[in-house]
Design a protein around this ligand. Sequence first.
Ligand code: NDP
Length: 671
Amino acid sequence: MSGIAPESYVAGKWIGPGTAAKSIMSPVDGSEIARAGGADLDFAAMRAFALDKGGPALRALTFHQRAKMLKALAGYIGSRKEELYALNPLTGATRKDGAVDIEGGIITMTVIAGKGRREMPDGHVYLDGEVERISRSGTFLAQHIAVPRQGVAVHINAFNFPVWGMLEKLAPTLLAGMPAIVKPATQTCYLTEACFRMIVDSGLVPEGAVQLIVGGTGDLLDWLGPQDVVSFTGSADTALTLRSNRNLLSRSVRFMAEADSLNASVLGPDVVPGSEEFDLFVKQAATEMTVKAGQKCTAIRRIIVPEAQMDAVTEALAERLRGTTIGDPAGDARMGALASAAQRADVLEKAAMLASEATNVLDGLTAPDGPGFVAPMLFRCADPDAGRTVHDVEAFGPVSTVMPYRDLPHAAALANRGKGSLVASLVTGDPQVARAFTLDSAAWHGRLYITDRTSMKEATGHGSPLPHLVHGGPGRAGGGEELGGVRGVLHYMQRTAVQGSPDVLTAVTGQWVPGAREIEGPEHPFRRTFRDIEIGETIVTDPREVTLEDIEHFAHFTGDTFYAHMDEAAAQANPFFPGRVAHGYLLLSFAAGLFVMPDPGPVLANTGLNGLSFQKPVSPGDRVHVRLTARRKTQRTDTYGEVAWHVTLYNQDAEQVAEYELLTMVAYEKP
Ligand code: NDP
């Protein structure tokens, strides 16, 4: 298979390996797979190209346009995924391992795109939280916003997930509106390059939005500036070297790291052999040790069990692991090879360190010949309190250590001795055990994964980072955070607090802010199409009196005969009411009756209410009227969009009695 020559993509041009290219050797049979890197790349020019071309082109698009681009891109890569699967076994990974990488990457991009469409505005400014009222009468307000950073994101990725590793960082970056330079780990860069080439081939991404470095990063970090971001995944040592770069420190370049992690899996004190939870625990530990031959940042490295279950867990797990077939990843083996001979040497060296404190109960288990093959190793550590290396040394392969705990606080203390991890799991049938463990250990882990028989069938997997959830962890795990839906996008944006008048905030955010100028439209806004409605367009309705008969009628009609509406003395005794009052839902219904347009028109449906509050009781004889203002417009399909209306109800004394946001779907054309 020699002859693969992955290329860098620099300022719109493909650049092949240079004279100093490195050979990448097969972990399966030792043959040369590819030659990569060694070219003389102009890193300053790469950064300039991203800033001059990619950044402005991306920032010209709205969040929704970028989300659509990502969705199309994920679809395009999906349509060519077999080309990636063809290269996957060269990395040592089985097809199942490859699915985690390839499908996992595509799904992550799709989910992030969906979140962009649903949770971000169809504009250029993301609103972070609500308007802050910082003045007495509301003439001076504040709003936190987030805008794309005007630099480049440098992604330095690990060898173990060549596709997912690139796509999980690219999706939030591009959605944020930042261009990226991707630097994959050299050992598996040919697979990343194949996927990257698809992104370029797709024609979906603007020029300068993505570039690729095959090989080293040279002096790239020295060129970075205050608007740039570095996102790194790999070893803690490299993370330390990179984050100590003088230029990054002196210019406050945002740096995120996801590094090694001694992830723990804890068996609850309530779980006994023979139970569904016990079997789940053992199966999960075996899976996490052998998927990707244990080369997962989230793999289970420490198996923490009640003292009484040490033998049962060790024996059941050893039994399962002995049945793991190891072999050619292109065949039907359960476990393939480590990524390289160097990784194997590293794993064996780290295993030897663990052996100073623990015993490998699978000693003697053999793996096929070949530079990257290694058999699973299950260590048993009798005294984890005295142990150091078992909590400290990460053997990045199918290696894990079983250790006993006395009680739940001890289990949490052991889990926390990893000094910060990406994920810890707990198998328990007792929610109170889950609560106690969470309080003791959540601060040390980026994700807690708690399962029992009721959730195990649908549980997503200890080792699977999900695009919806944060991926990262404190301390040793790098102290960084990725993904987590929109949270992951915000890493590539700048949060800014904007202070100003309601008119200023309305202009900046594209959303009408109470107190800003109201516009009188040419006709009732419900007769206007989505295109015609202007932000700020307002109507004030006629008043309507609320009578005691109305309240009684509503009470008997709906069955809501709560005493505050029906019984004068009881209502008066309540601290909130002066006497009998109107139902809040009656007021909402009257409000709709005051502003609705009865005939068919552009308004297609009322799809919801946000932030409803009843602020002042309405008594029989009060007269209410409504003020309705177009607050926000969001395109949804080619034929209609969502209009959010700010609605306030007032009484005859101009006191606000209720407030909410009304959502309607409105057609682009008149019917
Ligand atoms: P490294 O930290 O060596 O490499 C990670 C990435 O950083 C690669 O792209 C590498 O490129 C790049 N890199 C290395 N040195 C520099 C530098 N000075 N400047 C810029 N980029 C650099 O990790 P490995 O991939 O070699 O794995 C080593 C160990 O790290 C594993 O055994 C495991 O313990 C841990 N690891 C943790 C992972 C996690 O997800 N938490 C993932 C992978 C590994 P290049 O390949 O070209 O050297």
